[in-house]
Design a protein around this ligand. Structure first.
Ligand SMILES: O=P([O-])([O-])O[C@@H]1[C@H](O)[C@H](O)[C@@H](O)[C@H](O)[C@H]1O
Ligand SMILES: [Mg+2]
Ligand SMILES: [Mg+2]
Length: 259
């Protein structure tokens, strides 16, 4: 409890959707320092959106910022990852680069479109495994505790586990789970309920490391849809899609509800 007090924990969409002053300060720091260099660029920041800023991509260069991914880990044990990335929207949003910093491991994951993905400068490559029965799959439970939603998450978890797979893992941060896919440590990660700022940077890191991104029902991945399967290859992604009990949370770019 002392830890919780020290970190000035507040809640957002639910009593388990945590935010601290550190999240807010880191986001301000990142946005202010980028603004100094690029005054015309736009931002989508997790804590700015929580404070009422819009979450829409336009044709302007836009930086998508998750100041601390894994705030629950941070609150409990000081583990965290910091992630941010830039997107330029043409007809489809096109990611230009992605950066995820794992403070705990002192690992900087980076990717630039068309130039590969790296960890502390070393090139990353996804796992070559094609057999799901020899795979490790990562997932998370997010912050929705509605029993119907939890039942669907458990049904997917059970189905994937009973394929059977070698194991299931969860780092407590979507961004690091995705970097684990890019590094070849796990074959895939899936989740329904995370947000565009959880995935933005790491989605480019996964694809530049040779991985694939897919919607949980098998179509093209849509970073605003709050659903993702990120895998080392299409065979593994499609096998996971078969086992997921899909549902559709409100999109990140949905217009705010009328009061
Ligand atoms: O709130 P936050 O710690 O930045 O991000 C959360 C983490 O990535 C968590 O692992 C995932 O399950 C949630 O869906 C995310 O919202
Ligand atoms: Mg996050
Ligand atoms: Mg966050």
């Amino acid at each position: 409890e002392a830890l919780l007090d020290d970190r000035k924990v507040m809640t957002k969409s639910s009593s388990v959707d945590l935010v601290t002053q550190t999240d807010q300060k880191v986001e301000q720091l990142i946005i202010q320092s980028v603004k100094e260099k690029f005054p015309t660029h736009r931002f989508i920041g997790e804590e700015s959106v929580a404070a009422g800023e819009p979450c829409i991509l336009t044709d302007d260069p836009t930086w998508i910022v998750d100041p601390i991914d894994g705030t629950t880990n941070f609150v409990h044990a000081g583990c965290r990852a910091v992630t941010w990335y830039s997107a330029v929207r043409s007809l489809l949003p096109q990611m230009e680069f992605g950066v995820v910093f794992s403070c705990l491991e002192d690992k900087m994951f980076t990717a630039r479109r068309g130039s590969g993905a790296f960890c502390n400068g070393e090139p990353l490559q996804v796992s070559g495994q094609k057999d799901i029965q020899r795979s490790i799959i990562a997932t998370e439970f997010g912050s929705n505790r509605d029993p119907e939603v939890v039942d669907k998450m458990f049904s997917s978890l059970r189905n994937v586990l009973c394929i059977p797979v070698h194991g299931m893992r969860g780092a407590g941060t979507a961004a690091i789970n995705m970097c684990l896919v890019a590094s070849g440590c796990v074959e895939a990660y899936y989740e329904i309920g995370m947000h565009v700022w959880d995935l933005a940077a790491s989605s480019l890191i996964v694809s530049e490391a040779g991985g694939v991104l897919m919607d949980v029902e098998g179509g093209a991945a849509d970073l605003m849809s709050r659903r993702i399967v990120a895998a080392n290859n299409r065979t593994i992604a499609e096998r996971i899609v078969k086992e997921i009990h899909p549902f559709a949370p409100p999109r990140d770019d949905a217009p705010p509800l009328q009061q």
